[in-house]
Design a protein around this ligand. Structure first.
Ligand code: ARG
Length: 276
């Protein structure tokens, strides 16, 4: 019998995809299939936020900007931990105007925002779990930023080298099943081949119980999932992972974000967690 999992209510920040589009290519998913069905994108996104609310989570939103087609990917705009906000500095010039818009939202919401010096893309590459912050690098967030994150939060930062351009953000290759907050054992799911051999060895040592995903799961954005400790909002296309989650006592909640995959994002990319 798998253990029975206990959900914890969360606070999420999202951005409506009113102006979502693929207008430039800053990751391999964006080259080629650039035709976005905006009506479908909007209904997929509405299903995501409805699902959060139905599960008892609090959802807040930031007003989208017409010139910022990637602004829907709220996870990239900051890391919020213990009520402290570490803002972002985007790698791509096209996304830099998002920094100010999100920082302004956080200020109005009552948070001070640390504006970083080095390139860093929020929860896209920074993943708090089990008293650590896992920090991706290789395509976007820099090692210099990892140092800034460590200094700002005073939490051990574990650098992880990403090696596959399809998995350019840490949150496309790994997600947190259980963050370890309530004395539960922290755990994650990940796709091993997205990491350098040394980084993979670190993950194996830290998370011996991790769920291991296949390349098909990862290419279906199965690792771009959001868990509340029990319910896991997951891409229905990640068939093997969905089965594995259920076998481990989680409740998979399929949410199809296929229109967003065209921009290189999925469920988690659209979801910033405010840990206040
Ligand atoms: N088009 C966006 C970019 O390349 C997608 C971001 C997806 N977000 C994520 N957390 N992986 O920056």
């Amino acid at each position: 019998m798998p253990p029975s999992r206990v959900p914890r209510p969360r606070r999420y920040l999202v951005c409506e995809p009113r102006y979502f589009d693929v207008k430039y290519a800053i990751n391999p998913w964006m080259s080629g299939n650039t035709e976005v069905d905006l009506g479908l994108a909007r209904s997929q996104w509405a299903a995501l936020t409805d699902t959060y609310q139905a599960l008892g989570h609090k959802v807040e939103s930031v007003e989208p900007h017409a010139e910022l087609p990637d602004m829907v990917f709220a996870a990239n705009s900051a890391l919020v931990l213990d009520g402290k906000v570490f803002g972002s500095r985007f790698h791509a010039l096209q996304r830099r105007p998002e920094e100010e818009v999100y920082a302004a939202w956080f200020k109005v919401a009552g948070f001070d925002v640390r504006r970083p010096e080095a390139v860093v893309e929020g929860e896209g590459d920074l993943v708090p779990v089990g008293g650590h912050i896992l920090a991706g690098t290789g395509f976007r967030t820099t090692v210099e930023a990892h140092r800034e994150v460590h200094e700002f939060f005073g939490v051990p930062v574990i650098g992880l080298q990403l090696v596959d351009p399809y998995f350019y953000h840490l949150d496309t290759a790994l997600f947190v099943l259980e963050d370890g907050h309530d004395g539960q054992e922290a755990n994650i799911a990940y796709y091993p081949e997205a990491f350098s051999p040394d980084s993979l060895a670190v993950l194996r040592r830290l998370f011996p119980q991790a769920l291991i995903a296949t390349r098909d799961d990862a290419m279906a954005f199965g690792l771009n999932s959001v868990s509340d400790g029990r319910h896991v909002l997951v891409a229905p296309q990640a068939h093997a992972l969905v089965e594995q989650l259920a076998a481990h006592g989680y409740e998979p909640v399929p949410v199809d974000m296929s229109e967003f995959h065209k921009a290189g994002g999925g469920i988690k990319c659209c979801t910033q967690e405010i840990r206040a």
